[in-house]
Design a protein around this ligand. Structure first.
Ligand SMILES: Cc1cc2nc3c(=O)[nH]c(=O)nc-3n(C[C@H](O)[C@H](O)[C@H](O)COP(=O)(O)OP(=O)(O)OC[C@H]3O[C@@H](n4cnc5c(N)ncnc54)[C@H](O)[C@@H]3O)c2cc1C
Length: 383
């Protein structure tokens, strides 16, 4: 047994685990964060330089208060880190007038008084010439959208956590854990550690560590493309807002050129491949490139130059696309976090704050009703 007991052990120091370590350590908790790969690394869900952040939230209006807090926390983190982590470009949510992406983002703006404009496809192209959407489509433009730097933000959270006293171990693999009363024990390939609480933020592997989640937090292979724009000015951060688009081919997201010499985008669901995260094909295959290039050829023709990069990544999808943030059903001192379904990164700092609340045994002031685990429980039998 390791001689040093901790208040909290965090399993997995990716996007969410790094933020949890920071928020716990800044409250004076003795924290141990354990990560199987490097910090940061390209084996999970948080690599690829950038992630979209946006306030117009078509997925559900109740994400908006969390987003507002996340923006404040991102600004605080970059001030302490001394590097810009959040870049504002504006965001576009677009589709046919009845599509969920457009309608949902409009509803969230209305409900929360978020500034926005609704543009026709032609108006959008005039203002942002990279876009060539179908003529009947509408676009909701929200000026506060943009992107965060995902690997740099993990570094920033870990540096802040360490400065506040957290101990972080990379290249150490968690093998198992157990909770007995108010103590948890974590077994790794290096040793065994004890603490009062456990936070499980193992991303695509969470079903491996929490069998109760195996059927409801399902890993899926994604591939991101970066294409060299033929008209680079159209895809620079000051000309090209980040987007979520609903088009007949599916739902796509994209970002301006930043960090890799290409305009970046991907398709939600990609090829529909549910996978074992340890068995992920990380090499792009021709079908990946064909699917992604055909989208860019059609809707971003001035962005569809030579391929610069293709990278595989992991989504962890719940059946309703909303996060899981809750106590373990059998162990109140074990906190579970699966904030992915392809849209979790922007929330990292506020999720870190929520996880710190829950792992400290406190109520959180954030509304997390949407993320409770019991929404997946079978309904009670009819009497
Ligand atoms: C292609 C792609 C595009 C996306 N785009 C966006 C976007 O634009 N905007 C947005 O907000 N979100 C986006 N997301 C979602 C977002 O990236 C995720 O919500 C976020 O990365 C999830 O973070 P995480 O901490 O849960 O997972 P990860 O960052 O993967 O962290 C989990 C960690 O647990 C570690 N781990 C696993 N098993 C063990 C073990 N046995 N022992 C120790 N450590 C272990 C892993 O190594 C990993 O570091 C995207 C995701 C992908 C894949």
């Amino acid at each position: 047994m390791h001689p040093t007991p901790y208040d909290v052990i965090v399993l997995g120091v990716g996007g969410m685990g790094a933020a949890a370590c920071h928020h716990l350590a800044r409250r004076g908790k003795r924290v141990l964060g354990i990560e199987r790969f490097d910090i940061p690394h390209a084996m999970g869900s948080s690599h690829g330089v950038t992630r979209i952040i946006r306030q117009a939230y078509y997925e559900h209006p109740s994400y908006v208060p969390l987003l507002r807090r996340a923006y404040d926390l991102w600004r605080g983190l970059e001030a302490s880190f001394g590097e810009q982590l959040l870049h504002v470009t504006g965001s576009v949510d677009a589709g046919a007038p009845t599509d969920e992406v457009l309608k949902g983002s409009y509803d969230s703006c209305q409900e929360h008084g978020i500034p926005h404009e609704v543009l026709t496809s032609a108006e959008l192209t005039k203002r942002h010439p990279g876009y060539r959407l179908p003529p009947e489509h509408l676009a909701l433009y929200q000026p506060d959208g943009g992107f965060v730097l995902s690997e740099r933000a993990i570094v920033a959270h870990v540096v802040a956590a360490q400065a506040a006293g957290a101990e972080i171990h990379a290249r150490e693999r968690v093998l198992d854990w157990e909770a007995i009363g108010d103590t948890v024990r974590v077994m790794t390939d290096h040793g065994t550690y004890a603490a009062g609480s456990l936070v499980v933020t193992t991303g695509a592997w969470i079903g491996r560590h929490v069998p109760e989640l195996a059927e409801i937090a399902v890993p899926e292979r994604q591939v991101l493309a970066w294409l060299q724009p033929n008209e680079p000015n159209n895809f620079a951060p000051d000309r090209f807002p980040v987007f979520n688009l609903q088009v007949p081919e599916g739902r796509y997201y994209g970002l301006p050129v930043f960090g890799v010499p290409g305009f970046k985008f991907g398709r939600y669901g990609h090829l529909g491949e549910t996978i074992d995260p340890d068995d992920l094909n990380r090499e792009a295959i021709p079908a990946d490139e064909t699917l992604l290039r055909s989208f860019a050829d059609r809707y971003f023709p001035t962005g569809a130059g030579p391929t610069m990069a293709l990278r595989a990544c992991l989504f962890t999808n719940t059946p309703d696309g909303h996060f899981i943030l809750d106590h373990h059903p059998a162990h109140p001192n074990v906190i579970l976090a699966s904030p992915c379904s392809g849209h979790g990164y922007k929330f990292c700092p506020v999720i870190g704050e929520i996880l710190a609340d829950l792992a400290s045994g406190d109520e959180t002031e954030h509304d997390i009703a949407l993320f409770r685990l019991d929404r997946f429980s079978p309904p009670p039998p009819v009497p």
